[in-house]
Design a protein around this ligand. Structure first.
Ligand code: FES
Length: 388
Protein backbone atom coordinates (compact mmCIF):
# COMPACT_ATOMS: atom_id res chain seq x y z
CA UNK A 1 0.00 0.00 0.00
CA UNK A 2 1.37 3.42 -0.87
CA UNK A 3 2.09 6.02 1.80
CA UNK A 4 -0.64 8.22 0.34
CA UNK A 5 -3.21 5.41 0.52
CA UNK A 6 -2.31 4.69 4.18
CA UNK A 7 -2.61 8.33 5.24
CA UNK A 8 -5.88 8.77 3.33
CA UNK A 9 -7.19 5.48 4.69
CA UNK A 10 -6.41 6.35 8.32
CA UNK A 11 -7.87 9.83 7.96
CA UNK A 12 -11.08 8.49 6.40
CA UNK A 13 -11.29 5.93 9.19
CA UNK A 14 -11.07 8.57 11.93
CA UNK A 15 -13.70 10.79 10.26
CA UNK A 16 -16.06 7.84 9.70
CA UNK A 17 -15.63 6.54 13.26
CA UNK A 18 -16.30 9.95 14.84
CA UNK A 19 -19.36 10.39 12.59
CA UNK A 20 -20.64 6.94 13.46
CA UNK A 21 -20.14 7.39 17.24
CA UNK A 22 -21.88 10.80 17.21
CA UNK A 23 -24.86 9.44 15.30
CA UNK A 24 -25.06 6.36 17.50
CA UNK A 25 -25.11 8.50 20.68
CA UNK A 26 -27.88 10.69 19.18
CA UNK A 27 -29.88 7.57 18.30
CA UNK A 28 -29.43 6.00 21.76
CA UNK A 29 -30.38 9.24 23.54
CA UNK A 30 -33.58 9.54 21.53
CA UNK A 31 -34.64 5.88 21.94
CA UNK A 32 -37.44 4.75 24.23
CA UNK A 33 -36.31 3.15 27.50
CA UNK A 34 -38.40 0.05 26.73
CA UNK A 35 -36.92 -3.15 25.32
CA UNK A 36 -38.62 -4.69 22.29
CA UNK A 37 -40.17 -8.05 23.15
CA UNK A 38 -38.98 -9.94 20.04
CA UNK A 39 -35.36 -10.04 18.85
CA UNK A 40 -36.60 -9.35 15.28
CA UNK A 41 -37.73 -5.94 16.53
CA UNK A 42 -34.17 -4.84 17.28
CA UNK A 43 -33.10 -2.43 14.54
CA UNK A 44 -29.65 -4.01 14.34
CA UNK A 45 -31.18 -7.46 13.72
CA UNK A 46 -33.39 -6.05 10.97
CA UNK A 47 -30.35 -4.46 9.28
CA UNK A 48 -28.27 -7.66 9.69
CA UNK A 49 -31.15 -9.73 8.28
CA UNK A 50 -31.45 -7.52 5.20
CA UNK A 51 -27.68 -7.58 4.52
CA UNK A 52 -27.23 -11.30 5.24
CA UNK A 53 -30.60 -12.96 4.59
CA UNK A 54 -30.59 -16.73 5.12
CA UNK A 55 -31.85 -17.05 1.57
CA UNK A 56 -33.38 -14.90 -1.15
CA UNK A 57 -36.23 -15.91 -3.46
CA UNK A 58 -35.37 -14.37 -6.81
CA UNK A 59 -37.38 -14.13 -10.01
CA UNK A 60 -35.68 -14.15 -13.42
CA UNK A 61 -36.78 -10.87 -14.98
CA UNK A 62 -34.90 -11.13 -18.28
CA UNK A 63 -32.26 -13.18 -20.08
CA UNK A 64 -29.60 -11.84 -22.45
CA UNK A 65 -27.79 -14.19 -24.83
CA UNK A 66 -24.08 -13.78 -25.57
CA UNK A 67 -23.89 -15.75 -28.82
CA UNK A 68 -23.64 -19.49 -28.30
CA UNK A 69 -21.28 -19.29 -25.35
CA UNK A 70 -23.07 -17.64 -22.43
CA UNK A 71 -26.24 -16.05 -21.11
CA UNK A 72 -26.78 -13.28 -18.58
CA UNK A 73 -29.63 -13.74 -16.12
CA UNK A 74 -31.22 -10.74 -14.43
CA UNK A 75 -33.09 -11.18 -11.18
CA UNK A 76 -35.46 -9.19 -9.05
CA UNK A 77 -36.87 -10.04 -5.66
CA UNK A 78 -40.60 -10.43 -5.19
CA UNK A 79 -40.58 -9.81 -1.45
CA UNK A 80 -37.65 -8.30 0.50
CA UNK A 81 -35.21 -5.83 -1.09
CA UNK A 82 -32.14 -7.50 -2.60
CA UNK A 83 -29.22 -7.92 -0.20
CA UNK A 84 -26.51 -5.33 -0.88
CA UNK A 85 -23.00 -6.48 -1.86
CA UNK A 86 -19.51 -5.25 -2.71
CA UNK A 87 -18.29 -5.40 -6.31
CA UNK A 88 -16.44 -8.73 -6.68
CA UNK A 89 -18.77 -10.84 -4.53
CA UNK A 90 -20.77 -13.86 -5.68
CA UNK A 91 -24.21 -15.37 -5.22
CA UNK A 92 -24.67 -19.04 -4.41
CA UNK A 93 -27.74 -20.69 -5.92
CA UNK A 94 -29.44 -23.80 -4.56
CA UNK A 95 -30.84 -26.08 -7.28
CA UNK A 96 -32.67 -29.37 -7.29
CA UNK A 97 -31.67 -31.35 -10.36
CA UNK A 98 -33.21 -34.81 -10.52
CA UNK A 99 -32.48 -36.40 -7.16
CA UNK A 100 -29.55 -34.08 -6.46
CA UNK A 101 -29.54 -30.92 -4.39
CA UNK A 102 -26.62 -28.80 -5.53
CA UNK A 103 -25.22 -25.35 -4.90
CA UNK A 104 -23.20 -23.28 -7.36
CA UNK A 105 -21.68 -19.82 -7.06
CA UNK A 106 -21.65 -17.14 -9.74
CA UNK A 107 -19.99 -13.74 -9.42
CA UNK A 108 -22.40 -10.84 -9.58
CA UNK A 109 -21.79 -8.89 -12.79
CA UNK A 110 -24.09 -5.97 -12.01
CA UNK A 111 -23.03 -3.05 -9.85
CA UNK A 112 -23.94 -2.63 -6.18
CA UNK A 113 -26.00 0.43 -7.19
CA UNK A 114 -28.15 -1.81 -9.42
CA UNK A 115 -28.93 -4.02 -6.40
CA UNK A 116 -30.26 -0.97 -4.58
CA UNK A 117 -32.56 -0.41 -7.57
CA UNK A 118 -33.71 -4.05 -7.31
CA UNK A 119 -31.59 -5.97 -9.83
CA UNK A 120 -28.81 -8.57 -9.82
CA UNK A 121 -27.08 -9.93 -12.93
CA UNK A 122 -25.02 -13.08 -13.27
CA UNK A 123 -23.50 -14.58 -16.41
CA UNK A 124 -23.29 -18.32 -17.00
CA UNK A 125 -20.85 -19.69 -19.58
CA UNK A 126 -21.23 -23.06 -21.24
CA UNK A 127 -18.35 -25.34 -20.28
CA UNK A 128 -17.57 -28.93 -21.15
CA UNK A 129 -18.97 -31.35 -18.52
CA UNK A 130 -20.72 -28.39 -16.85
CA UNK A 131 -23.47 -30.32 -15.07
CA UNK A 132 -25.00 -27.29 -13.32
CA UNK A 133 -24.17 -24.57 -15.86
CA UNK A 134 -25.65 -26.67 -18.68
CA UNK A 135 -28.77 -27.26 -16.58
CA UNK A 136 -29.17 -23.52 -15.97
CA UNK A 137 -28.55 -22.60 -19.62
CA UNK A 138 -31.02 -25.20 -20.88
CA UNK A 139 -33.76 -24.79 -18.27
CA UNK A 140 -33.96 -21.35 -16.64
CA UNK A 141 -36.61 -19.09 -18.22
CA UNK A 142 -38.01 -15.63 -17.59
CA UNK A 143 -40.49 -15.74 -14.68
CA UNK A 144 -38.84 -18.74 -12.96
CA UNK A 145 -38.25 -18.43 -9.22
CA UNK A 146 -34.85 -19.51 -7.90
CA UNK A 147 -33.20 -19.60 -4.48
CA UNK A 148 -29.94 -17.82 -3.71
CA UNK A 149 -28.12 -17.13 -0.47
CA UNK A 150 -26.68 -13.77 0.61
CA UNK A 151 -23.80 -12.35 -1.47
CA UNK A 152 -20.37 -13.41 -0.20
CA UNK A 153 -16.73 -13.44 -1.23
CA UNK A 154 -13.47 -11.59 -0.68
CA UNK A 155 -12.41 -10.53 -4.17
CA UNK A 156 -13.37 -6.99 -3.24
CA UNK A 157 -11.44 -3.74 -3.07
CA UNK A 158 -10.64 -2.57 0.47
CA UNK A 159 -8.61 0.62 0.77
CA UNK A 160 -7.14 -0.47 4.11
CA UNK A 161 -5.74 -3.66 2.60
CA UNK A 162 -5.22 -3.15 -1.14
CA UNK A 163 -3.25 -0.67 -3.19
CA UNK A 164 -5.48 1.97 -4.76
CA UNK A 165 -4.58 0.68 -8.24
CA UNK A 166 -5.97 -2.74 -9.09
CA UNK A 167 -4.56 -4.82 -11.94
CA UNK A 168 -7.24 -7.41 -12.61
CA UNK A 169 -6.45 -10.58 -14.55
CA UNK A 170 -9.60 -12.22 -15.90
CA UNK A 171 -9.82 -15.54 -17.70
CA UNK A 172 -13.02 -16.45 -19.62
CA UNK A 173 -16.13 -15.96 -17.48
CA UNK A 174 -13.86 -14.68 -14.68
CA UNK A 175 -14.59 -11.27 -16.19
CA UNK A 176 -17.85 -10.82 -14.25
CA UNK A 177 -16.52 -9.61 -10.85
CA UNK A 178 -14.36 -7.08 -12.67
CA UNK A 179 -17.26 -5.89 -14.81
CA UNK A 180 -19.06 -5.22 -11.54
CA UNK A 181 -15.99 -3.37 -10.21
CA UNK A 182 -15.66 -1.30 -13.41
CA UNK A 183 -19.32 -0.37 -13.21
CA UNK A 184 -18.96 0.55 -9.52
CA UNK A 185 -15.92 2.75 -10.29
CA UNK A 186 -17.77 4.49 -13.14
CA UNK A 187 -20.75 5.07 -10.83
CA UNK A 188 -18.49 6.58 -8.16
CA UNK A 189 -19.05 3.78 -5.63
CA UNK A 190 -15.46 2.50 -5.59
CA UNK A 191 -12.47 4.76 -5.23
CA UNK A 192 -9.75 2.74 -6.98
CA UNK A 193 -8.37 2.53 -10.50
CA UNK A 194 -8.70 -0.63 -12.58
CA UNK A 195 -6.37 -1.99 -15.26
CA UNK A 196 -8.20 -4.98 -16.65
CA UNK A 197 -6.20 -7.64 -18.52
CA UNK A 198 -8.84 -9.88 -20.05
CA UNK A 199 -7.59 -13.17 -21.48
CA UNK A 200 -9.64 -15.15 -23.99
CA UNK A 201 -8.77 -17.71 -26.63
CA UNK A 202 -10.19 -15.66 -29.55
CA UNK A 203 -11.89 -12.28 -29.92
CA UNK A 204 -15.27 -14.06 -30.42
CA UNK A 205 -15.11 -15.21 -26.82
CA UNK A 206 -14.81 -11.73 -25.31
CA UNK A 207 -17.86 -11.02 -23.17
CA UNK A 208 -19.21 -7.48 -22.60
CA UNK A 209 -16.78 -5.98 -25.13
CA UNK A 210 -18.93 -2.95 -26.00
CA UNK A 211 -19.67 -2.08 -22.39
CA UNK A 212 -16.09 -2.53 -21.21
CA UNK A 213 -14.84 -0.25 -24.01
CA UNK A 214 -17.47 2.31 -23.18
CA UNK A 215 -16.65 2.27 -19.45
CA UNK A 216 -12.94 2.72 -20.27
CA UNK A 217 -13.78 5.63 -22.57
CA UNK A 218 -15.92 7.37 -19.97
CA UNK A 219 -13.65 6.91 -16.93
CA UNK A 220 -9.92 7.64 -16.81
CA UNK A 221 -9.73 5.22 -13.87
CA UNK A 222 -10.53 2.23 -16.10
CA UNK A 223 -8.24 0.68 -18.71
CA UNK A 224 -9.04 -2.55 -20.60
CA UNK A 225 -6.56 -4.69 -22.52
CA UNK A 226 -7.63 -7.84 -24.37
CA UNK A 227 -5.16 -10.72 -24.60
CA UNK A 228 -5.81 -13.56 -27.06
CA UNK A 229 -4.11 -16.90 -26.60
CA UNK A 230 -5.29 -18.72 -29.73
CA UNK A 231 -5.44 -16.06 -32.42
CA UNK A 232 -3.19 -13.34 -33.71
CA UNK A 233 -5.42 -10.33 -34.40
CA UNK A 234 -4.53 -6.70 -34.79
CA UNK A 235 -5.24 -4.53 -31.75
CA UNK A 236 -4.89 -7.34 -29.23
CA UNK A 237 -2.06 -8.62 -27.09
CA UNK A 238 -1.08 -12.12 -28.14
CA UNK A 239 -0.37 -14.96 -25.71
CA UNK A 240 -1.27 -15.36 -22.04
CA UNK A 241 -1.54 -12.79 -19.28
CA UNK A 242 1.80 -13.30 -17.58
CA UNK A 243 4.39 -11.18 -15.79
CA UNK A 244 5.48 -9.40 -18.98
CA UNK A 245 1.94 -8.30 -19.93
CA UNK A 246 1.22 -7.20 -16.36
CA UNK A 247 4.46 -5.17 -16.20
CA UNK A 248 3.72 -3.58 -19.57
CA UNK A 249 0.32 -2.23 -18.54
CA UNK A 250 0.50 -1.87 -14.74
CA UNK A 251 0.33 1.71 -13.48
CA UNK A 252 3.31 3.45 -11.90
CA UNK A 253 3.69 2.86 -8.17
CA UNK A 254 1.97 0.25 -6.03
CA UNK A 255 -0.74 -1.96 -7.37
CA UNK A 256 -2.67 -5.01 -6.20
CA UNK A 257 -3.28 -7.96 -8.51
CA UNK A 258 -6.73 -9.59 -8.46
CA UNK A 259 -7.13 -12.83 -10.43
CA UNK A 260 -10.38 -14.57 -11.39
CA UNK A 261 -10.63 -17.47 -13.80
CA UNK A 262 -10.18 -21.19 -14.28
CA UNK A 263 -7.65 -23.33 -12.42
CA UNK A 264 -5.34 -23.36 -15.45
CA UNK A 265 -4.91 -19.59 -15.09
CA UNK A 266 -3.92 -20.07 -11.46
CA UNK A 267 -1.33 -22.66 -12.40
CA UNK A 268 0.14 -20.41 -15.08
CA UNK A 269 0.27 -17.33 -12.86
CA UNK A 270 1.70 -19.27 -9.96
CA UNK A 271 4.89 -19.54 -11.99
CA UNK A 272 4.66 -16.03 -13.48
CA UNK A 273 3.80 -13.77 -10.53
CA UNK A 274 6.99 -14.38 -8.50
CA UNK A 275 8.84 -12.62 -11.36
CA UNK A 276 7.09 -9.40 -10.31
CA UNK A 277 8.53 -9.69 -6.78
CA UNK A 278 5.35 -8.43 -5.17
CA UNK A 279 4.46 -8.96 -1.54
CA UNK A 280 1.90 -11.72 -1.05
CA UNK A 281 -0.69 -9.35 0.41
CA UNK A 282 -0.94 -7.56 -2.95
CA UNK A 283 -2.04 -10.72 -4.79
CA UNK A 284 -5.56 -12.07 -4.47
CA UNK A 285 -7.03 -15.08 -6.25
CA UNK A 286 -10.48 -16.45 -6.88
CA UNK A 287 -10.16 -19.54 -9.04
CA UNK A 288 -12.58 -22.18 -10.15
CA UNK A 289 -11.33 -25.64 -9.17
CA UNK A 290 -8.43 -26.83 -11.29
CA UNK A 291 -9.67 -30.41 -11.09
CA UNK A 292 -7.63 -33.47 -10.46
CA UNK A 293 -5.46 -34.92 -13.21
CA UNK A 294 -7.50 -37.38 -15.19
CA UNK A 295 -4.84 -40.05 -15.28
CA UNK A 296 -5.85 -42.41 -12.53
CA UNK A 297 -9.66 -42.66 -12.47
CA UNK A 298 -10.78 -45.09 -9.79
CA UNK A 299 -14.00 -45.73 -7.95
CA UNK A 300 -14.10 -45.52 -4.17
CA UNK A 301 -16.85 -45.72 -1.58
CA UNK A 302 -17.66 -42.96 0.89
CA UNK A 303 -19.47 -43.75 4.12
CA UNK A 304 -21.30 -40.57 5.05
CA UNK A 305 -22.38 -39.94 8.63
CA UNK A 306 -25.05 -37.26 8.55
CA UNK A 307 -26.86 -36.33 11.77
CA UNK A 308 -26.45 -39.82 13.18
CA UNK A 309 -27.56 -41.60 9.94
CA UNK A 310 -25.11 -43.51 7.75
CA UNK A 311 -25.14 -43.89 3.98
CA UNK A 312 -22.61 -45.45 1.62
CA UNK A 313 -22.15 -43.80 -1.78
CA UNK A 314 -19.87 -44.31 -4.77
CA UNK A 315 -17.28 -41.68 -5.70
CA UNK A 316 -15.00 -41.20 -8.68
CA UNK A 317 -11.40 -40.21 -7.93
CA UNK A 318 -11.71 -37.40 -10.51
CA UNK A 319 -14.68 -35.70 -8.88
CA UNK A 320 -14.63 -33.70 -5.68
CA UNK A 321 -16.06 -35.30 -2.56
CA UNK A 322 -18.74 -32.59 -2.62
CA UNK A 323 -19.77 -33.53 -6.18
CA UNK A 324 -20.08 -37.19 -5.16
CA UNK A 325 -22.28 -36.21 -2.20
CA UNK A 326 -24.48 -33.92 -4.30
CA UNK A 327 -24.81 -36.52 -7.05
CA UNK A 328 -25.99 -39.02 -4.44
CA UNK A 329 -28.70 -36.60 -3.29
CA UNK A 330 -27.01 -35.68 0.00
CA UNK A 331 -27.40 -31.98 0.73
CA UNK A 332 -24.26 -30.35 2.09
CA UNK A 333 -24.07 -26.70 3.18
CA UNK A 334 -21.76 -25.15 0.58
CA UNK A 335 -21.20 -21.72 -0.92
CA UNK A 336 -17.91 -20.81 -2.60
CA UNK A 337 -16.76 -24.17 -4.07
CA UNK A 338 -13.20 -22.81 -3.92
CA UNK A 339 -12.31 -23.95 -0.40
CA UNK A 340 -12.54 -20.47 1.11
CA UNK A 341 -15.85 -20.06 2.92
CA UNK A 342 -15.67 -23.16 5.14
CA UNK A 343 -19.41 -23.87 4.81
CA UNK A 344 -18.82 -27.44 3.64
CA UNK A 345 -16.24 -28.21 6.40
CA UNK A 346 -16.56 -31.90 7.34
CA UNK A 347 -14.67 -34.37 9.50
CA UNK A 348 -12.57 -36.95 7.69
CA UNK A 349 -13.00 -39.90 10.04
CA UNK A 350 -10.83 -42.21 7.95
CA UNK A 351 -9.27 -42.46 4.49
CA UNK A 352 -7.11 -40.29 2.30
CA UNK A 353 -8.00 -37.32 0.10
CA UNK A 354 -6.04 -35.35 -2.49
CA UNK A 355 -6.14 -31.54 -2.43
CA UNK A 356 -4.72 -29.78 -5.53
CA UNK A 357 -1.88 -27.37 -4.86
CA UNK A 358 -3.06 -23.89 -3.94
CA UNK A 359 -6.60 -25.04 -3.14
CA UNK A 360 -6.11 -25.98 0.52
CA UNK A 361 -7.59 -22.99 2.37
CA UNK A 362 -8.24 -24.78 5.69
CA UNK A 363 -7.28 -23.28 9.02
CA UNK A 364 -4.20 -24.88 10.59
CA UNK A 365 -6.31 -26.22 13.46
CA UNK A 366 -8.68 -27.91 10.97
CA UNK A 367 -5.76 -29.56 9.20
CA UNK A 368 -4.46 -30.86 12.54
CA UNK A 369 -7.89 -32.05 13.69
CA UNK A 370 -8.65 -33.84 10.43
CA UNK A 371 -11.34 -31.60 8.91
CA UNK A 372 -11.63 -31.25 5.15
CA UNK A 373 -13.43 -28.99 2.67
CA UNK A 374 -15.19 -31.52 0.42
CA UNK A 375 -15.60 -28.91 -2.34
CA UNK A 376 -11.90 -29.02 -3.18
CA UNK A 377 -10.66 -32.48 -2.29
CA UNK A 378 -10.75 -35.76 -4.18
CA UNK A 379 -10.95 -39.30 -2.78
CA UNK A 380 -7.73 -41.30 -2.87
CA UNK A 381 -9.11 -44.26 -0.91
CA UNK A 382 -12.42 -45.38 0.57
CA UNK A 383 -13.51 -42.66 3.00
CA UNK A 384 -15.61 -42.23 6.10
CA UNK A 385 -16.71 -38.62 6.61
CA UNK A 386 -19.04 -36.84 8.98
CA UNK A 387 -20.93 -33.86 7.52
CA UNK A 388 -23.09 -31.14 9.10
S1 FES B 1 -18.10 -24.53 -0.24
FE1 FES B 1 -16.78 -23.02 0.56
S2 FES B 1 -15.21 -24.18 1.50
FE2 FES B 1 -16.42 -25.64 0.52
Amino acid sequence: MSKKATVNGNFKDIINTVKFLTERKKFIDSAEAVLPTRTDDFGVNRVAGSIHPKEQRLVISRIEEHGEIAKSYYFESKAAPLAYFKAGQYLTFRLEIGNSVVTRSYSIASSPAAALKGEYQITVKRISDGFVSDYILDNWSVGDEVTAYAPEGNLTYCYLRDAENIVAVAGGSGITPFLSLARAIAEGDEDCSLTLLYGCRTSDEILFRAELDSLAEKSDKIKVIYVLSHSDEEGYEKGFVGADVISKYAPEGDYSIFVCGPGGLYKYLEAELPKLEKEKKYIRFEVFSSGKKKDEAREYSITVINRGEEAVIKADSNETVLCALERAGIEVPARCHTGECGFCRSKLVSGKVYIPEGEDKRRIADVQLGFIHPCCCYPESDLVIRIN
